[in-house]
Design a binder for this molecule. Structure first.
Ligand SMILES: Cc1cc2nc3c(=O)[nH]c(=O)nc-3n(C[C@H](O)[C@H](O)[C@H](O)COP(=O)(O)OP(=O)(O)OC[C@H]3O[C@@H](n4cnc5c(N)ncnc54)[C@H](O)[C@@H]3O)c2cc1C
Length: 492
């Protein structure tokens, strides 16, 4: 029997990974992308010798990409190589303390004990705890659909449920870290992992501490040609496998016949398909591409994740105090999250993230210069005056950098560009500019994310950062795996 023909709407990293997996399994796959390029949030800017990744900068779990590359031909792997990074992040505190989070556990424990006066066993025990949480949850919360009975009937799930009392589901992340770590600097470091999926550590459940495991126990990596090379490589393999890409092709409608998909429409042109997979923000599937809001009853009110203001600065100087990933902490983290979540304004003293890939990849900036990606977390778009807020953010950021690095950073800005939540929305289709779809601030968030398939419409599937298992490259890649496996196994 000939394999079904599949249409994928959107070419974000999960759309590309799904296309690759299904073309590898012999399906005929067509991708429709509204932009004139693939990759969605994983885009880049090149200007006068500077190169900037505009979206993700942190790369963990590279084995998920290796797995996809292995589906390509033998030379695919030479396109994509990556380095393991020694210092996963350099933290700057207001009192002048600088702490390096080394990827080597012994070095990290020594650094923590020296800089925070915490006893070694406290941090070792914490690292073991987050590893335990990861092992107890990853099989069901990350690698499987939470919306299939078979997941709950497995022995792995049964074992995971027995561990629930130890997974800090009923405490906030801040409470969990306060109890287990005690030291304010360490609590700040480990609370920050909530921002990796756009959540607030003062309300999000402690189980999210698991995110730190991926970075501190498993490692941080950097693609040798930058983050953008991840999508370039997947795109290349897809082309070789015969996936058809239609760029500048905004899908306007998913076409149904008796609650079963039969294709898509771009304006009034119909493209038939047996299966449609959406890789776009789930909000727009229901508000724009489907006639009836079939699922949007209780779920539409789930809080969106945070967004960001990002400056891309070409800096005509090298700053040895900075590393690849740097965090300049606010003095009062609780106040910062309160300002983001409740006032939707720019914080008075924001935590600043600076990513400089030219530290490891010299070709990303001209000689003696650096490519700075400078980001603060902000609320998703609620109609704020972003022009004004960006101006205010720029002032706050420059003041803080000048103070911590004892410099006049503005005088070294050689090139400047920026993105605010409205631009994130217009460039990548993220509703309200939320980086990770819905937030994980609620205890049941994992179960409230949209499933990877539709219960009401046959042959309609969903992948990407706004559906199960969640936002960020590793989870988006897992969504692709769940969807592809589901389609392939249904065919058998
Ligand atoms: C500034 C920023 C920083 C981030 N930092 C990190 C990080 O450090 N590490 C990490 O792991 N993750 C990070 N993320 C999150 C990560 O980028 C996303 O979770 C991931 O890239 C989402 O991929 P996706 O497959 O959901 O598709 P998306 O990237 O959301 O792409 C969706 C695609 O669908 C297209 N589209 C939308 N509507 C239509 C339509 N109607 N028809 C056709 N095409 C359509 C869009 O143009 C887009 O190309 C960051 C995100 C941002 C924005």
């Amino acid at each position: 029997m000939p394999k079904k023909n599949i249409i994928i709407i959107g070419s974000g990293v999960a759309g590309l990974a799904t296309a690759l997996r299904l073309s590898h399994a012999g399906y005929q796959v067509r991708v429709f992308e509204s932009n004139n390029h693939v990759g969605g949030k994983m885009s880049e800017i090149r200007h006068d010798g500077y190169r900037f990744d505009t979206g993700p900068s942190l790369f963990t779990m590279p084995q998920l990409i290796d797995e996809l590359i292995a589906m390509g031909d033998d030379c695919s792997s030479s396109f994509f190589e990556y380095l393991k990074i020694d210092i996963t992040c350099r933290y700057f505190f207001n009192d002048g303390v600088i702490l390096n989070a080394y990827s080597d556990t012994d070095k990290f424990v020594q650094e923590v004990s020296l800089k925070t006066k915490t006893e070694n066993w406290v941090i070792i025990k914490y690292l073991k705890y987050i590893e335990f949480v990861y092992k107890a949850t990853s099989k069901i919360f990350i690698e499987k659909s939470l919306h299939k009975l078979s997941t709950y009937l497995s022995f792995t799930t049964f074992k995971s449920f027995l561990k629930i009392p130890f997974l800090s589901i009923f405490k906030t992340m801040d409470q969990t870290n306060r109890t287990r770590l005690g030291n304010d600097k360490l609590i700040k470091i480990f609370n920050r992992y909530a921002t990796y999926n756009g959540s607030n550590p003062f309300v999000a459940p402690g189980i999210l501490s698991v995110i730190a495991h991926l970075e501190l126990n498993k490692g941080v990596f950097l693609p040798k040609k930058g983050m953008r090379s991840i999508v370039n490589c997947l795109y290349d393999i897809c082309l070789k496998k015969g996936v058809e890409f239609n760029l500048n092709s905004q899908v306007d409608k998913i076409s149904l016949n008796n609650n079963k998909v039969n294709g898509i429409y771009i304006k009034d042109i119909f493209f038939p398909a047996d299966i449609v997979i959406s890789n776009i923000d789930i909000h727009y599937v229901y508000t724009k591409l489907l006639d009836k809001p079939i699922y949007f009853t209780q779920k539409k009110n789930i809080e969106r994740s945070t967004s960001a203001i990002i400056f891309y600065w070409g800096i005509k100087k090298r700053f040895n105090q900075l590393d690849l990933h740097n965090i300049l902490f606010t003095k009062n983290y609780a106040k910062e999250f309160d300002e983001i979540n409740n006032f939707h304004a720019i914080q008075n003293d924001p935590t600043i993230y600076i990513n400089i890939t030219s530290k490891h990849l010299p070709e990303d900036a001209p000689k003696n210069c650096e490519n700075w990606f400078v980001m603060i977390n902000v609320s998703h778009d609620k109609g704020q005056n972003w022009k004004l807020l960006v101006q205010k953010a720029r002032e706050q950021i420059i003041t803080k950098i000048n103070h911590l690095l004892n410099t006049d950073i503005e005088s070294f800005i050689d090139y400047e560009n920026y993105m605010d939540p409205t631009q994130i929305e217009s460039k990548t289709g993220a509703f309200q500019g939320a980086l990770y779809g819905s937030s994980s601030n609620k205890r049941m968030s994992a179960f409230l994310r949209h499933p990877n398939f539709s219960n009401k419409i046959q042959n309609l599937y969903f992948c990407g950062g706004t559906v199960h298992p969640g936002g960020g490259i590793p989870l988006a890649l897992n969504s692709a795996k769940i969807v592809a496996n589901e389609i392939i196994s249904n065919e058998k």
